[in-house]
Write a protein that binds this ligand. Structure first.
Ligand code: ADP
Length: 614
């Protein structure tokens, strides 16, 4: 789960203190949530005024009824009776209008605030570094933005409406109760502390379970996300049942937590209801006694009873409301945890924007590690001249992908520095750095959009002409026009599944060409294409690399032979570097040895090792 910042304590005095702290935290969380309502203060005020109006009118009703009853039974004044009945209607209508305005304006505020929160969380996600996305599962993140925000939505719309309405009714009715008969009211009030304590106690339990439900939901969402994304693997291993079991386990966890929550909820309502209605019975008994004694009129008793119910109903539902608030606070905390995740790769304040690059890249004694104890790269130094093609070779796990991911600063080095055109990349504006770097990964990733939109992703300001040119340079234009059903407007499907492997790669290359970066990072695809597509892709890549400093994780011998410089990595160390020819001439060198093996062994085992192929 998202890193909890609240440290849980065990010993008794500590845990007492903790209780108070959580309450304050709850308040802070809710306060922070309400900051999202601020831009809509005007509508909030409208809503509250309408609410006060509506509740006020509701409170007048029993008084009108009191007069009605006393007129019928005591004074027999028919004319006044008619006037009062018409008055009653008028009050009802006004109250309904006020209630309508109140509900609608508050919904407007709440819905808008939730849109703002969703967009903010999504924006924040994109400011986070790769480390965050490695640590948290996609499904969980999705669940935060969807499930958790819907809980918030009810916390700032429905629940807040109910809280305000019931709170005001409660206060108003209680004041009127004192005014009508204070002795009776004191008796009823004696029950309130019991009700409140029960409510708080069970509410806390519900909050805990709500959090468990949301966690379990997030977990099952990530199972769905993962197995849908890896559906080919699931099918090829015939592991459908396995996935179904994995999912049902996760869903059962949700079920178990939801049932625990439901059980607490189910006892909460009746307990509170019982307490409230017990008070009414006492009122009826004591009130009737006072009427017989002549201390209260019949109309007053009727009004009194209606006010008691007006007090009891909010108290009974405040319990449920409190529980829902607790649930929403849990969800809010988790969203804020996400918002509080700090991006670890950021531009320094005022970092200068990188001017147009020549594309010189220099690694100076670079060491790197993902987690503290396992060094991944050690003292790597090399120098790539502008426009050079640099091939990276070495066995799988040697650190090639890690090395190239340091250039766009996906990670920060642990020691040494990475320089482009003489600037340490940590000292310059991050966006201006990444704007000048293009990446074509081994597994082509396209968005489920049209071919046109996928290419345009490389430069959102590009004209149609430029997009067609980029596609042509990537050997993609012809197949887009001739082979795809709707040409450039053809939808590529999720991750581009509707295109062939070679077509996907060429679209991705067109996208990179359109971006026109000075530095290019390329991970050659290992998946074999038929020889025609292979040569089309190869040609497209050559166009792409023209005039750019290119780093290629090489899987083809021809790439290495044609490269200007070759870096040979082994276990995180740069063991050799030079041109293909000079490396071959290094007696006893790893590259020369493995290359020799290719000619020695019929399987070509050596060069395959070097090229990271199996
Ligand atoms: P290569 O590209 O040469 O196959 P990599 O750079 O992918 O090698 O991996 C080098 C080492 O770093 C491997 O041991 C791998 O397990 C580890 N590694 C790669 N990515 C991560 C990551 N995000 N978090 C932790 N370790 C990683």
């Amino acid at each position: 789960m998202f890193a909890g910042r609240r440290s849980r304590t065990v010993d008794r005095s500590e845990s007492d203190r903790e209780k108070i702290r959580i309450t304050r935290e709850e308040f802070n969380t809710y306060w922070r949530l309400l900051q999202y309502v601020r831009p809509y203060t005007k509508w909030m005020v409208v809503s509250i005024i309408a609410l006060i109006f509506s509740v006020g009118l509701g409170l007048i009703l029993p008084l009108v009824i009191r007069n009605l009853v006393d007129l019928i039974f005591v004074e027999n004044d028919l004319q006044r009776l008619n006037q009062l009945a018409i008055g009653l209607f008028a009050v009802f209508i006004l109250q309904s209008i006020a209630s309508f305005i109140h509900q609608l304006s508050l919904a407007f505020v709440g819905e808008n605030a939730v849109v703002d929160i969703r967009v903010k969380v999504f924006g924040h996600l994109h400011s986070l570094s790769l480390r965050f996305f490695g640590d948290y599962r996609t499904g969980e993140i999705v669940s935060r933005i969807t499930n958790d925000t819907s809980l918030l939505q009810s916390a700032i719309t429905d629940d807040l409406v109910a809280l305000l309405r019931q709170g005001l009714t409660l206060i108003g009715a209680a004041i009127l109760l004192f005014w009508l008969d204070w002795r009776l009211t004191v008796i009823i009030l004696l029950g309130i502390p019991f009700i409140t304590l029960t409510m708080v106690w069970l509410g806390r339990k519900i909050r805990k379970e709500s959090k468990a439900v949301q966690d379990a939901l997030a977990k099952s969402a990530s199972v769905v996300e993962e197995s849908a994304a890896a559906v080919r693997i699931v099918k090829s291993f015939a592991r459908e049942q396995y996935e179904i079991q994995r999912f049902s386990r996760a869903v059962r966890e949700t079920y178990a937590a939801a049932m625990r929550r439901a059980k607490i909820g189910a006892v909460l309502g009746p307990i509170i209801g019982f307490m409230a209605f017990a008070s009414i019975t006492i009122t009826l008994w004591f009130g009737a006694y006072e009427v017989i004694q002549g201390q209260l009129t019949a109309g007053e008793l009727v009004a009194y009873l209606i006010y008691t119910m007006m007090v009891a109903t909010p108290i009974a539902s405040l319990a449920g409301l409190y529980a829902r608030f607790q649930g929403a606070i849990g969800a809010t905390e988790r969203l804020f945890d996400l918002l509080d995740e700090l991006p670890d790769i950021v531009s320094e304040p005022g970092a200068p924007v990188l001017p147009s690059l020549t594309g010189e890249v220099r690694f100076e004694d670079v060491s790197f590690t993902y987690s503290k104890d396992i060094p991944i790269l050690r003292d790597v130094s090399f120098h790539a001249q502008p426009g050079q093609v640099v091939a990276l070779v070495g066995p799988s796990g040697a650190g090639k992908s890690t090395l190239i991911s340091l250039i766009p600063r996906f990670w920060d080095v642990v020691a040494g520095r990475v320089m482009v055109d003489g600037h340490d990349i940590r000292d310059i504006d991050l966006k201006s750095l990444r704007d000048q770097i293009g990446i074509v990964p081994q597994e082509t990733i396209l968005f489920s959009d049209s071919v046109f939109a996928n290419i345009r992703y490389g430069n959102l300001d590009a004209t149609q002409e430029e997009i067609y040119e980029a596609a042509a340079a990537a050997n993609a234009h012809d197949f887009i026009i001739n082979d795809l059903p709707n040409g450039y407007e053809t939808e590529v499907g999720e991750r581009g599944v509707k295109l062939s492997g070679g077509q996907r790669q060429r679209v991705a290359i067109a996208r990179a060409i359109l971006k026109n970066p000075r530095i290019l990072i390329l991970d050659e695809a290992t998946s074999s294409l038929d020889s025609e597509s292979e040569s089309l892709v190869q040609e497209a890549l050559e166009h792409l690399m023209e005039g750019r400093t290119s780093f290629v994780i090489a899987h083809r011998l021809s790439t290495i032979i044609n490269a200007d410089w070759v870096l040979v990595l082994n276990e995180g160390r740069l063991v050799e570097q030079g041109t293909h020819q000079s490396l071959l001439e290094t007696p006893g060198g790893l590259y020369a040895r493995l290359y020799e093996m290719q000619f020695g062994a019929p399987e070509g085992e050596g060069i395959q090792l070097l090229l990271n192929e199996r």
